[in-house]
Design a protein around this ligand. Structure first.
Ligand code: HEC
Length: 256
């Protein structure tokens, strides 16, 4: 009797734990075509950028030292991210079944956003503190770390930049990313905003890889602009970047 109770308890704990990780039967690695991989990569990066845009939009609010509850809960950020997603894609965000890589990736991205925003609550709601260092790029790095952990080496996301513009070493481009940035994105003939994709290796494994270029706009230049070397509000050194210049890139990989 006691024994059965213990077994039941274990099954219950196991179910709870399983519920916290990602459910579903994932298609075997390498099962997707180039086109299907492209679709998954574009979907997940779109969701990622839509969520980051929520942080940009609320930056002033986040930096406000007077208000303690910013109302920027995990669910609020996700709700606004879905609105941004619709604006850029023209369609409603629709969560696919967790049995597909797309569904699994969507869920991992939503859970990564939830995790980061849950952990950020004490910081962003801290009274009496203005600038808190909670920036879109920081949010993006934390979400990427969480996503990569949740995807358990099935897929990978990262915000990177041209080598000489890198602030946080963990965002440094790898060799493939560096080549895409220097040889394609910086090529005058390269079509603006166009994603670059290729079968290539990532961390020693064969993968479908995709990169999306991003450019400095006016709001970026307060930190990344001129004069080069001057300290910005974060205490970091400005890069000397110019309006419209390539400032970074989103990198995505799906392992074969
Ligand atoms: C308030 C200052 C500030 C503003 C405004 C800002 N950034 Fe940043 N940016 C930073 C800091 C600080 C980091 C390092 C973040 C980290 O620790 O990962 C960073 C990191 C990045 C990175 C990741 C690569 C790296 O250098 O580590 C990219 C790409 C980037 N910023 C692009 C942009 C773009 C594009 C904009 C405008 C849309 C922008 N930033 C606006 C301060 C800023």
């Amino acid at each position: 009797m006691v024994c059965r109770k213990i077994v039941t308890l274990f099954i219950f704990a196991g179910t709870v734990l399983a519920g916290m990780s990602l459910p579903g039967i994932v298609p075997p690695a390498g099962a997707l075509t180039f086109e299907e991989n492209r679709e998954v990569a574009l979907e997940i990066t779109r969701l990622f950028r839509s969520a980051r845009a929520v942080i940009s939009k609320h930056q002033k609010h986040i930096n406000d030292p007077n208000e303690s509850d910013k109302g920027l809960s995990p669910e609020k950020v996700i709700e606004e991210a879905k609105v941004n997603y619709k604006t850029v894609s023209g369609k409603e965000f629709r969560l696919e079944a967790g049995t597909t890589l797309k569904g699994l990736g969507q869920l991992a991205m939503l859970n990564a956003i939830r995790e980061v925003m849950t952990n950020a609550q004490p910081l962003i709601n801290e009274r009496g503190r203005g600038f808190k260092g909670f920036l879109p790029a920081v949010f993006a790095r934390l979400v990427a770390d969480s996503f990569n952990r949740l995807m358990k080496r099935r897929a990978y996301i990262k915000l990177t930049a041209p080598r000489r513009y890198i602030r946080n070493r963990s965002n440094r481009p790898d060799k493939w990313e560096h080549n895409v940035i220097e040889n394609s994105f910086k090529n005058a003939e390269y079509i603006k905003d166009k994603p670059f994709m290729e079968e290539a290796r990532h961390r020693g494994r064969a993968a479908f890889r995709l990169m999306i270029p991003e450019y400095y706009n006016k709001t970026c230049l307060g930190c990344h602009g001129e004069p080069r070397g001057e300290r910005d509000i974060t205490g970091g050194k400005k890069e000397g970047g110019k309006l419209g210049e390539l400032g970074g890139a989103i990198s995505f990989a799906i392992y074969n």
